[in-house]
Write a protein that binds this ligand. Sequence first.
Ligand code: AMP
Ligand code: ZN
Length: 131
Amino acid sequence: MCIFCDIIDGKIPSKKIYEDENVLAILDISQVTKGHTLVMPKKHCRNIIEADAETVSQCTEAVRRLTKQIVENTGAAGANVLNNCGETAGQTVDHLHFHIIPRYTENDSITIAFNPSEEQDLDAVLALVRG
Ligand code: AMP
Ligand code: ZN
């Protein structure tokens, strides 16, 4: 059972912002800021790692268009576009989705902090990441 598949199938009501053959965008039920939106593929995939390239492209193109639309129509100053991949990263619904969170001020009710970790050997990190 997947709550977003149930929304896509119309079994659970939602506030639809955009829909096409492949993608659905709805208002997040907990509006972190006014206009907080979720963009998801209609095809169930767990996360961005497991999704196929076409599905991710369809979503990111919708994210691109909707971020522009939402920022323009709400009068926001900008937006955070966010994907949580995996429970440790904060993913609570295991159906791929992207958050669009309009930002009105730097003190909005969202905190994203890039706290530096211990110093890293960048060449070692590069080798690790490149594989
Ligand atoms: P994440 O933590 O990235 O998996 O985000 C899941 C998001 O889904 C949260 O921000 C929830 O508020 C949102 N959510 C959960 N259930 C619903 C629902 N029925 N309708 C709209 N948004 C939902
Ligand atoms: Zn699903």
